[in-house]
Design a binder for this molecule. Sequence first.
Ligand SMILES: [Zn+2]
Length: 442
Amino acid sequence: MDAESATITEDRQVAAKPRRNKRSALVRELRLFAAHWLALSLVAVASLSAGVGGAWWFLTSTGRIAHHASGPDPLRAAPGAFAWSQLPVAEFPIPPYAKFLRDIVIVIDPGHVGQKDRGANFKRSKNGLREAEVNLRVSRYLREFLEAAGAKAILTRDEDRELGLEDSEDFRARAEVATNARASLFISVHHNAADAETANYTTVFYHNGADTSPASQAAGRYVLNGLNDALRLENHIACALLSDLVQYPGPHKPGFAVLRLSRVPAVLIESSFYTNEIEERRLRDPLYNRREAYGVFLGLARWAQAGLPSVELNDPADGRVRAGQTVMIGLDDGLSRRGGWGADLNRIREDSIVVKFEGARLAHEFDAAKRQLAVTIPRNAAVGQAELLIDFVTIFGQPVQKPMIPLIVTDGTANPTARSRQPSNTPRKPATPAKPKPRTQN
Ligand SMILES: [Zn+2]
């Protein structure tokens, strides 16, 4: 029974009864009046809140008002009315496309953590902020974001204490973590220093020349974009994706040791400058460190979404080949195995396919339907270990992660080791000069 019909029923009952006394009738009237108004107010409050809530939902879900509006009206303000360097509200949602990071192994290297400390000025700001402590905070936050997305994130150093290693050993140990983990990426986290206190910008380094590791550069591009969005720095240099040769040109041990020693795609980030006083204050703030890690994380999520292409020797699968033999290599664009719309279409740019045997270009035949490559080993190929490089670019511009396929070129006999083990009753042959041995059979 609703409030109104209840009132009507009571009214009728009141009319039917003889008047006993005026006072009780008045009390009843007042009670009815109160009940009426209470019911009406409840209905009003309920509809008002439903209306306001609905309108709020509509406006926010259609993007008409910002959740955290401050400053000019985003709908009416002229482009440029907002200050780029004013950081937005800190929020770190895991985007749905970060699902493509699932099971990808990423090794994070907090620069200088555990390294021998060389006194008061070693990687410190003039106010005493240590680069290592900032690098470690950012690295830990990055691990947290990556793990939340289902990636396998490994830190080369997780504790801020000296390990007493010589530098060369220290760098080797860091790079080895990535090699042993068969990581898809090694990312060394650093912050920069300069004599000029005004300097403050982001750089991302890859190792050596433009052809050394396209996969490293691809990852570096995404990470740089993520950092740009997260840190909102005012200064940007002409080319922020840099070869490490600009820092250490060689010829002896060129580039950064951790990148040079890495056997997997690798980048080194110098996110910002701790020698810049304003930036140094920001770097002391864990929330700013978390913003930085989130920027790198978003970059990596987009990198993973673009797919990580790979190559595989299909025939012969054991990698033992003869000179003149045609081998078959499967090309994986890193996307088609996800299935879905267009998975049956070729997403490898045929003109981008490069095949090199021991550094020299080789002809190839590409079967776009099967995503398979036929390559003939040169007739003059020397017996022993050899490297076959297969690289290409997908529709996302992603190159092959690990383009090198190790081969063993044999002389065509089944097994040279077994051949030398002859039965003892066989007549001894006269000694002949030993054949040159293959470098190794393993
Ligand atoms: Zn550093």
